[in-house]
Write a protein that binds this ligand. Structure first.
Ligand code: ATP
Ligand code: MG
Length: 421
C-alpha cells in the first residue's frame, strides 16, 4: 500500500467541518474589514523566496522544497505566502489606481521541518496583508482582527507578544551592540548560532536551544536602540492596542524567522499547544515591495497557522457532522428507481438524502440508516408501491406516518426545514 509522504497528512471528513468553520469565520471577519481574497500559486521561482525571506534564514537554508523543473529552472513550493502576494501586487501594478490594498488568502505552505505535533511539512495558513499604509494604527487593527477571530472561535489562553525591529536607520546600531554581546558569549552558543552571529545576529535571539537562550539573558534589547521615528511608531501602536483594550506583552527577543520585517512584529502564542506555541505571527515589512522591484510602499500583515488553530478549536468543541435528513430504504428495482429520483431531487434542494443502491434486506438497510445517524427513514417496497404510500419513520421519536408517493419530496423537505429551525 502506498502511504502518504512523511510530514504530510489528510484532513478527513469529520475533522474538515472544523476547518471549514474556521475559514468561514475568518472570511466573514476579514471581509467586514474590507479585505479581499487573493489566490496565488503554490509554486514560484526559487529566487522570489530567497530574495524576500533571506538567504540566512532557516526557511531558505534548510526548509524549502526546491527542485529543477524539466527545463532546469529552479522552482520552490511556497514556504509562506507574503512573497507571492507582494509579487502579485507588483506584477499586476495593483498599487497604480489605489495604493492601499488589503488582501487575505488561505492555503497550504511547505517546509521541510522535522515533523511533530503541530509541525507538518505541508501545513496551512490564513494570511492577511495590507499595502500602502505606513501608520502603526493598521498594525494594531491587524491584531484586533486576529484576537477577534480567536475570540469568535472561543479560543482561550492566547497572548499577544509584540516588538519593534527598527528600520534600516537604527537596526545597524542595534546589530553592532548585539554582535559585541555575542562575541563575549560565543563559547556558549550552538554551532548554528555561532554561524548566524556573523551574518544575521538577530536570528540568535530566536534560537530555541536552551543553552543559547540562557546565554542571551542580558542581551541588549532592540527597543532600547530605536530611532525617534521608530520609537514614535511603536508608541502609536501600543497606544492603539491600549485603546482597543487588547492585552499584550512587549517581548524584546521576538525577531521572527524572516528577514523582511521592519518595525512592528508580533506573535500570538498559546499555553495550550505544548512546544509549538505560536498560533500566528506577523509584522511590518516596509522595504519588501521595493526590494522586489516595486515602488516604495509600506506593508504589514500576519499569518495564522491553521493546523494549530484547528487543534485549539477542536480542544473546545465536538465536531459532529450531522447525519442525512432522510435515508430511503428501497426494496426492489422499481422502488430503487423511484428512490433515486427522490434522492436527486432532494439533494438539488439541499436536503441530504441517502439510499441503498444494492439489493439488501430491510433489516440491513435500517442498520445502515442508524450508522449514518439518519434523522428519518423512508421505507418503500412492493406493498408501498401498490398502496401508493411510503412509510416515513422518525428515528428519534420512532413515530411513523404514511405519505402518498407523489407528496414524498415536498413532505420530506418540509420536515427537514422544520427540524433545522
Ligand atoms: P515556529 O516558530 O513554530 O516555527 P514560524 O515563526 O516558523 O513558527 P511563521 O513563518 O511565522 O512561523 O508562520 C506563521 C504560523 O504558521 C506560525 O505561527 C505557526 O502557527 C504556523 N506554522 C509555521 N510552520 C509550521 C509548520 N511546519 N507546521 C504547522 N504550522 C506551522
Ligand atoms: Mg518555523
Amino acid at each position: 500500500m502506498i502511504q502518504l509522504i512523511r510530514g504530510f497528512r489528510d484532513i478527513l471528513p469529520g475533522e474538515v467541518e472544523l476547518w471549514q468553520r474556521i475559514e468561514a469565520t475568518a472570511r466573514d471577519l476579514f471581509e467586514g474589514f474590507g479585505y479581499r481574497e487573493i489566490r496565488i500559486p503554490v509554486m514560484e521561482r526559487t529566487e522570489l523566496f530567497a530574495r524576500s525571506i533571506g538567504e540566512q534564514t532557516d526557511i531558505v537554508e534548510k526548509e524549502m522544497y526546491t527542485f529543477p523543473d524539466r527545463k532546469g529552472e529552479l522552482i520552490t513550493l511556497r514556504p509562506e505566502a507574503t512573497a507571492s502576494i507582494v509579487r502579485a501586487y507588483i506584477q499586476h501594478r495593483l498599487y497604480a489606481q489605489e495604493p492601499v490594498r488589503k488582501f487575505y488568502t488561505i492555503g497550504p505552505m511547505f517546509r521541510r521541518e522535522r515533523p511533530q505535533k503541530g509541525r507538518y511539512r505541508q501545513f496551512y495558513q490564513i494570511n492577511v496583508e495590507v499595502f500602502g499604509v505606513a501608520s502603526a494604527l493598521v498594525d494594531a487593527q491587524l491584531i484586533l482582527m486576529l484576537v477577534t477571530l480567536l475570540e469568535r472561535l472561543a479560543v482561550e489562553d492566547v497572548h499577544v507578544h509584540a516588538n519593534s525591529l527598527g528600520c534600516p536607520a537604527c537596526r545597524p546600531d542595534f546589530r553592532k551592540a548585539l554582535s559585541d554581546y555575542l562575541a563575549s558569549r560565543m563559547d556558549r552558543l550552538c554551532s548554528d548560532c555561532r554561524r548566524r552571529s556573523e551574518k544575521n545576529p538577530l536570528r540568535v535571539l530566536d534560537c530555541k536551544v536552551p543553552d543559547c537562550r540562557d546565554a542571551m539573558t542580558g542581551a541588549p534589547a532592540i527597543t532600547d536602540h530605536l530611532c525617534d521615528d521608530c520609537r514614535a511608531h511603536f508608541d502609536t501602536f501600543r497606544r492603539a492596542l491600549d485603546e482597543q483594550k487588547i492585552g499584550y506583552v512587549i517581548d524584546p527577543r521576538l525577531v521572527r524567522g524572516l528577514d523582511y520585517y521592519t518595525r512592528t512584529t508580533f506573535e500570538v502564542q498559546t499555553g495550550s499547544l505544548g512546544a509549538q506555541s505560536a498560533v500566528a505571527g506577523g509584522g511590518r515589512y516596509d522595504g519588501l515591495v521595493k526590494a522586489l522591484g516595486g515602488p516604495e510602499m509600506p506593508a504589514t500583515g500576519f499569518a495564522i497557522g491553521l493546523d494549530r488553530l484547528a487543534e485549539l478549536v477542536a480542544a473546545r468543541s465536538e465536531g459532529t457532522a450531522p447525519g442525512p435528513d432522510v435515508f430511503i430504504a428501497a426494496l426492489g428495482d422499481e422502488s430503487r428507481r423511484r428512490a433515486f429520483g427522490w434522492v436527486c431531487e432532494l439533494g438539488l434542494d439541499g436536503v441530504q438524502a441517502e439510499m441503498e443502491y444494492g439489493d439488501r434486506s430491510l433489516k440491513s438497510q435500517m442498520k445502515r440508516a442508524n450508522r449514518l445517524k439518519a434523522r428519518r427513514v423512508l421505507i418503500v417496497g412492493e406493498n408501498e408501491l401498490a398502496a401508493g404510500r411510503a412509510v416515513l419513520r422518525d428515528m428519534q421519536t420512532r413515530e411513523q406516518q404514511e405519505i402518498p408517493l407523489p407528496a414524498v419530496v415536498e413532505e420530506i423537505k418540509a420536515l427537514a426545514a422544520a427540524s433545522r429551525d
